[in-house]
Design a binder for this molecule. Sequence first.
Ligand code: ADP
Ligand code: X15
Length: 410
Amino acid sequence: MVSFATLDAFSERFSEARVLVRLDLNSPIEDGTVQDNRRFERHARTVSELADAGHRVICLAHQGRPGRDDFTHLDQHAAVLGDHIDRPVRYVEDVCGSAAIEAIEDADAGEVLLLDNVRMAEDELADCEPAEHATSRLVRRLAEPADAYVNDAYSAAHRGHASLVGFPFVLPSYAGRVMETEYEANSAIASREFEGDVTMAVGGTKATDVIHVMDAIGDKVDSFCLGGIAGELFLRAAGHPVGEDVGGSDRFDEQWARNEELIRSVLEDRGDQIHLPVDLAYEGTYGERAEVELWEVDQKRTAFLDVGSESIDAYRDIVADSEAVFVKGALGVFEDERFADGTVGVLEAIADTDCFSVVGGGDTSRAIEMYGLAEADFSHVSIAGGAYIRALTGEPLIAVETLREHRPDA
Ligand SMILES: Nc1ncnc2c1ncn2[C@@H]1O[C@H](COP(=O)(O)OP(=O)(O)O)[C@@H](O)[C@H]1O
Ligand SMILES: O=C(OP(=O)(O)O)[C@H](O)COP(=O)(O)O
């Protein structure tokens, strides 16, 4: 299978080029302030590599979606990116109008520009095929003064939007360093053969997503260690009186109604591979972490916020014996220290072994820094959400496919 061309091929061919670089700087916004996060730090590597080599780096990115609260201009993003690359990032409050084109034409060697939120251009979100995006005003205007295109936005690569799929039709196009490393690590479960056991720790709140992953990749995984909402839903399917809404929660019954059939069939088909919690943690009368063994629960009266210590020990043992471990979703509400044991226990077990490991999901990967674990102890910590899920199941990512199909030297 032909892969995409990377920055190695780009730098062999170009010097002091005007290069359009699609980043994914889509970030949480709190009280109007863009929150710094791993996406800036990771993309900084690609941007610095290009700017240090003297290229004129014109960055394109999006934030939120029209109509949502987090849909904003990118002035703050430019400042945060600038902090990470240790050089100014010139923000241009325009996407493809004359101000943007002039700024691209005037860019000096080694200068970095960030154009405004690309979703402010109508063409970006038009519902059409990649070839048609290539003829849009947005793509035509920006391609005109540019020499090449680099797509580094792996975490948005499942979206067939103009700035993600249009340029490879009209410019020599390459994958940036984030695209390259994310693609390789996240596709490993679908594309690599591991000699030893492959384990997947599955949790979080988006049970619907992870149940589909379990269904799709059951043949590639030896053990699924479950926690979070998905864990309780599987316990419900196994006949335990948990996995339903109590006290105002709306996470269980709706996801159960939507997925009951699939959960039951995955449990039936993959029962031997699925490890369910044997104990659960909840908030005790005095606000302390309390635990209960599953066989003692006759009715769910309170929310369960983590897997219990016996389950954690069992999961740690499974991880210790694995050759590869993939994490999708937290095993408990790790943001609260009392309920972080499951998530942190599994992450520590991974860090203690030299297995191949990928931790995905924006929320879950935050636990790594919150609890002082070293990112270097994991093979890869993904910055992608939806794209990670798709990669796990082997589903193609449209922007990756477009880069591949238009490989400049192919
Ligand atoms: N038992 C639980 N009850 C409520 N929330 C949970 C539970 N277990 C895990 N979570 C929450 O799941 C979140 C992560 O879920 P999710 O968004 O699916 O994963 P990610 O974004 O990491 O892919 C964490 O913020 C954590 O608090
Ligand atoms: O943050 C993103 O995806 P993610 O929330 O799945 O990680 C990407 O920027 C895609 O954004 P979108 O889901 O608004 O198209």
